[in-house]
Design a protein. Sequence first.
Length: 272
Amino acid sequence: MPKFAPILLFATAACLRADQLGDAYGKLYNLDFDGAHRILDDYQAHAPRDPMGFSVRAAAYLFFEMDRLHILEGEFLTSDKRIGGNEKLKPDPAIRARFFEAVTKAQELADERLKSSAEDPQALFAYCLTDGMRMDYMAAVEKKQLRSLTFARRSHEFAVRLIRKDPGFADAYLTTGLTEYLVGSLPFFVRWFVRFDQVQGSKDTAVERLTRVARTGRYLGPFAKILLSIIHVREKRPEQARLLLGELSRDYPGNHLFRSELKKLELKMSRK
């Protein structure tokens, strides 16, 4: 066997494992949580020190809990009253424990990589994802919006570092794009106290970055489409939201939420 054959085999195996992460995300977008966990079981058996395995595992627990609590429904995501309201949700303590355990393990493994290489892309991306998900859980499930800003800022900082290291890492722009939109949606007096590096609060910039992820993201392209559809609804651009929801419904037929939200939106549009 040629001397370079083992290197080629290792590279091929690494690509196949990366594809498994994409497959796991695909299961999540189809709301097939058990299927995602099965893929991740195999992935982690072959790459136990990769923080991304635990990062995607955390996403599986978060998506499951948000679906169970109906947080993924359009009315929740587009209504400021429901997002910031006082209505108490009842998170599953077992899922909560597994979610934070996966987040902690992902960050521990990311720290190992960062000790060897301070700008390791996989480690930076794992931190970007997991801190972003901690923000999501605290804000949407536990209704601790102000406390969640700490993790929103950290997630953004890791995304900025990753983009500085690799400007072509498309998925990282989801975090910076979402931050732009969130800051741009805050009242002026609140925005004065909530500061993020390299963020102007431009909704146009937010849409531009999320569109980039939707087109070229490796894992988060569909998620960018979800966020864009929400933004378009909030900004009174229903036709653009309808197109995105149509694409998501076509690509992920197992996700009843995409079809349901599309029907609701089309019904509202027909009444105008």
